[in-house]
Design a protein around this ligand. Structure first.
Ligand SMILES: *[C@@H]1O[C@H](CO)[C@@H](O)[C@H](O)[C@H]1NC(C)=O
Ligand SMILES: *[C@@H]1O[C@H](CO)[C@@H](O)[C@H](O)[C@H]1NC(C)=O
Ligand SMILES: *[C@@H]1O[C@H](CO)[C@@H](O)[C@H](O)[C@H]1NC(C)=O
Ligand SMILES: *[C@@H]1O[C@H](CO)[C@@H](O)[C@H](O)[C@H]1NC(C)=O
Ligand SMILES: *[C@@H]1O[C@H](CO)[C@@H](O)[C@H](O)[C@H]1NC(C)=O
Ligand SMILES: *[C@@H]1O[C@H](CO)[C@@H](O)[C@H](O)[C@H]1NC(C)=O
Ligand SMILES: *[C@@H]1O[C@H](CO)[C@@H](O)[C@H](O)[C@H]1NC(C)=O
Length: 817
């Protein structure tokens, strides 16, 4: 009986296979349509056409996918008009139109063609192209319609990305709205035809990124390594003629599959199919980094992720708005120190290994030599730079820029191209003199130095004599001779005692991690904050003094200014500017305070704290880790500008490595990262964690520590995480913020907050990335589980369990970053 049943099942299977092979057609015609449930398979078996529903969506879409991986859809016909049921039918009309009909025979989607055919057929080609043509027509020029002319989010080999100048048709990629909705989303990748054509990825009408122009060998914005590119698998081409302007790529091995896809989040990747692992692998080794954000640093700058700060003015240029520039607002870019002289002699400065600037204001010629190019640029006053158009065969063609040079990146290892930037002759002289300093000017320098040396020795003798005279009459100060050098006023203990009413408790403003703070009023009426450090710092006077001088040199709009110090009679006291508006905790946790703090102010404060912290971490020369960042350490001035206080002290009180291990944990529970609280390991990423906690506290107006919720025992971080994965983000936002809040800003802050409190320090962004994420609308990676949310099973994110996700691979790529 068993055997019989098995035999029966077997024969059923065999007959099923036979049926499906006999129905594996690649063509439909007016007499033969295709219904939901049936598929067309291209002649070589690469691609299939049929109906599908993405993810949990109920809508039915007509699409093309790979036979090797049916989840990977490369094209969708009815992107915006899904069918409600599985009664769809695809037909070719007698006129040669492809139409998709619903159960009531109404047209839901249709192809478009101006010519008609006597014997129209529609065929799915092995390239993934769905075409409509007349009978046995084989010439691709005579196609009536093809899906390659209407790309969705995927750029396949042999497709064209660009313009048909005769018909005006633009072929461009547009992202899906989400992984479950193929309707056109907000991102597109298209060819910008202005100047020398280049591919740009846009969000709406705004350029987000650009791979850089094609130089015959590679895109100048992508790192390029001739060794690994020695046996390329893809071949790119840019076609520029009077009828067409487009990019195209081909596979050099036809048994491979490769696709370039623009995700709903705006990121784009090239994938190659790997038979062994039966999966898609990222084939372009392009790391997403900050410099890939279009024109991040503004005009006449170069961006490099290997240096800090990442933005730098080009040689001979200075920041246009130095204040903004130094605070990390680079978008205004740089301006020339010396204006161009134009006809009266300019020259060029040679840059190597750069991503060529935005070519939208460029001009090109394919046949000119570099020398002719130089001459042409020199003779036109508005020409700002030139380069070879094509770098193969020693370099050919000419590319000229007119106007601002933006979106340049400096590569240090492979990639980029040579670029010649126009400079005033006098500026060029200065730069060249510097670089040829050693070689040519040596004799002059020798003579010069001898003369200088004589004068120096005479000066020194005079100085020593003068000093001796002075010291005879001056009592030695407890801080030594170099008091003038430190530019830090010393306060007398008696002055401070008077100012603070003898450190009376009525003058006490609060108790910080390192000791109490008092309000003081100096004799002239100036108000100060006096921090009396607890006595167990274990540091000598000299060390303390040195540290304080360093701290005093940290000057930033978002740091509390240190006015001076006092070291006397075992006392170590710091004097700060007084902040009348109390600290941030009053505004976010106190009912009275909350009323005064609307969302725009909150958002400004968040940005300010981030920039202050960035300055401490990266942009000051000291690389300070705060180690006790919390709401009560953020003070607010009269204009509600946040000022971080208590910075630099942890360093004084502990070890001075940038990442270290300490026995003595200074910090505040609720704000401390797991690795710091548990293992005493601190790094900049522990400050990032604390910053994330402050962010979440500002949104929820609840303290992380002591947070309680009727439904669970998680702390605020755990609560925020739970709401995040349940897609109920807005529930975290406190009702007092509802009236004034800007939803997208709030959600972005929440997202950034969660990224900052991730459990693994390496996953947390650094502060420069935080500042960037807060101030631009770049796409954010998904957050992972936070640290210290209390261990408890968290429901799995619904989006993780997606049964079918076209963009699954790109998601993991982002997470792995
Ligand atoms: C078929 O499509 C038409 C036009 O889009 C629409 O009005 C109608 O409701 C659809 N019928 C069904 C059963 O979905
Ligand atoms: C169809 O063609 C007409 C005219 O050629 C054009 O205006 C229209 O935008 C086309 N529609 C689509 C969906 O391509
Ligand atoms: C198409 O080709 C087949 C076989 O080669 C031939 O019998 C048929 O007549 C052709 N039809 C047309 C329209 O050329
Ligand atoms: C082409 O690709 C296939 C599949 O990856 C591989 O097996 C084959 O060796 C490749 N052929 C050449 C010539 O590289
Ligand atoms: C520019 O610099 C590169 C690398 O140093 C060099 O190969 C090239 O010849 C230089 N070009 C000119 C015009 O000086
Ligand atoms: C300089 O180049 C611009 C852009 O190609 C052109 O419009 C202008 O006429 C040129 N000027 C001169 C003096 O050649
Ligand atoms: C050049 O840059 C400045 C500021 O960076 C900007 O105001 C100006 O509009 C830019 N000009 C062009 C032609 O892009």
């Amino acid at each position: 009986m068993q055997a019989l049943r098995r035999l029966f099942v077997c024969s059923l299977l065999i007959s099923f296979i036979r049926i499906s092979t006999t129905t594996a057609l690649d063509t439909i015609s007016p007499s033969r349509s295709m219904r939901d449930g049936e598929t067309l398979i291209s002649a070589g078996g690469n691609f299939q056409l049929g109906f599908f529903s993405p993810g949990t969506s109920k809508g039915r879409y007509l699409g093309i996918w790979y036979s090797v991986h049916t989840e990977t859809v490369v094209w969708v016909a009815n992107r915006e008009t899904p069918l409600g049921d599985s009664s769809g039918v695809l037909k070719v009309t007698e006129q040669g139109l492809l139409v998709l009909l619903n159960s009531t025979n109404r047209i839901v989607w249709s192809s478009n063609s101006s010519t008609t055919a006597g014997n129209p057929v529609s065929q799915l080609m092995d390239s993934g192209n769905l075409v409509v043509k007349d009978g046995n027509e084989t010439n691709p020029v005579n196609l009536l319609w093809q899906s390659f002319d209407y790309p969705c989010d995927t750029f396949l080999p042999e497709m064209k990305l660009g313009w048909d100048l005769v018909t005006g048709l633009e072929r461009y990629l547009s992202s899906w709205r989400s992984t479950e909705d193929p309707a056109p989303g907000e991102f597109s990748s298209r060819m910008d035809r202005r100047g020398f054509p280049q591919v740009v990825t846009m969000k709406g009408a705004k350029i987000m990124s650009r791979p850089g122009s094609w130089n015959g060998l590679h895109f100048t914005g992508y790192p390029y390594n001739p060794q690994t590119q020695a046996s390329p698998t893809l071949e790119y081409e840019i076609v520029l003629n009077k009828d067409e302007v487009y990019y195209e790529y081909r596979l050099l091995n036809t048994s491979m599959f490769s696709r370039y896809v623009l995700n709903p989040s705006g990121t784009a990747h090239q994938f190659t199919w790997v038979y062994q692992t039966h999966s898609w692998e990222l084939s372009s080794a392009v790391q997403a980094d900050q410099c890939q954000n279009y024109a991040l640093c503004g005009a006449y700058t170069s961006c490099s992720v290997n240096v800090s700060p990442i933005c730098a003015c080009l040689k001979g240029f200075v920041p246009k708005s130095p204040k903004d520039w130094n605070s990390g607002y680079w978008s205004d870019g740089c301006v020339r120190k010396i204006p161009l002289a134009c006809s009266s002699g300019d020259g060029f400065l040679n840059y190597t290994g750069v991503k060529l600037p935005d070519t939208s204001s460029s001009w090109y010629d394919k046949s000119m030599s570099l020398k002719e190019c130089n001459g042409l640029c020199l003779n036109n006053c508005s020409c700002t730079a030139y380069a070879n158009l094509d770098i193969r065969e020693g370099g050919t063609g000419c590319l000229l820029w007119f106007g601002n040079l933006t979106d340049m990146t400096q590569f240090t290892s492979g990639g980029g191209q040579d670029l010649y930037i126009r400079m005033a002759a006098s500026e060029l002289d200065g730069i060249e003199r510097k670089s040829t300093f050693k070689k040519k000017k040596l004799p002059i320098i020798l003579i010069g130095s001898a003369v200088f040396l004589v004068w120096f020795i005479i000066g020194l003798i005079l100085y020593i004599r003068k000093r001796k005279l002075r010291n005879q009459g001056v009592t030695k100060d407890y801080l030594g001779e170099d008091r003038e050098d430190m530019e830090l006023p010393l306060f007398d203990l008696s002055t401070l005692a008077k100012a603070t009413n003898d450190f009376s408790s009525s003058n006490k403003l609060g108790e910080g991690g390192f000791g109490p703070v008092y309000k003081g009023t100096l004799i002239g009426g100036k108000e100060i904050a006096v921090k009396r450090l607890s006595k167990n710092s274990g540091q000598g006077t000299i060390e303390f003094k040195n540290e304080v001088i360093l701290i005093a040199r940290l000057q930033h709009r978002n740091l509390v200014k240190l006015l001076g110090c006092c070291v006397q009679e075992e006392e170590k006291i710091l004097i700060y500017e007084f902040m009348p508006n109390k600290s941030l905790d009053f505004f976010i946790f106190d009912q009275e305070g909350q009323k005064l703090l609307d969302w725009p102010t909150c958002f400004h404060i968040i940005g300010g704290i981030a920039r202050g912290l960035l300055y401490l971490h990266q942009d000051s020369r000291l690389r300070i880790i705060h180690r006790d960042l919390k709401a009560s350490n953020v003070l607010l001035d009269n204009d509600m500008i946040p000022k971080i206080s208590d910075f630099g002290l942890a360093k004084t009180f502990g070890s001075d490595q940038s990442r270290g291990n300490t026995n003595r944990v200074v910090g505040t529970y609720g704000y401390m990262s797991p690795e710091y609280a548990i293992d005493g390991i601190f790094s900049m990423k522990s400050d990032v964690f604390s910053f994330g906690v402050i962010l979440l506290e500002m949104l929820s107006r609840k303290k992380n520590r002591g947070f309680s919720h009727p439904d669970h025992h998680l702390n605020l971080l755990g609560h925020a995480w739970t709401l995040w994965i349940q897609d109920k983000q807005l529930e975290l936002i406190d009702t007092t913020l509802y009236d004034s809040c800007n939803i997208s800003e709030v959600l972005r802050c929440l997202h950034v907050g969660l990224l900052c409190v991730q459990r693994v320090p390496e996953d947390r962004p650094n502060m420069s990335y935080v500042v960037l994420m807060l101030s631009s609308d770049i796409t954010l990676p998904p957050p992972k589980q936070p640290g210290f949310y209390t261990e408890r099973s968290v429901p799995e994110s619904p989006s993780r369990n997606r049964p079918f996700s076209v963009n699954y691979f790109s998601t993991t790529v982002i997470e792995a970053r």
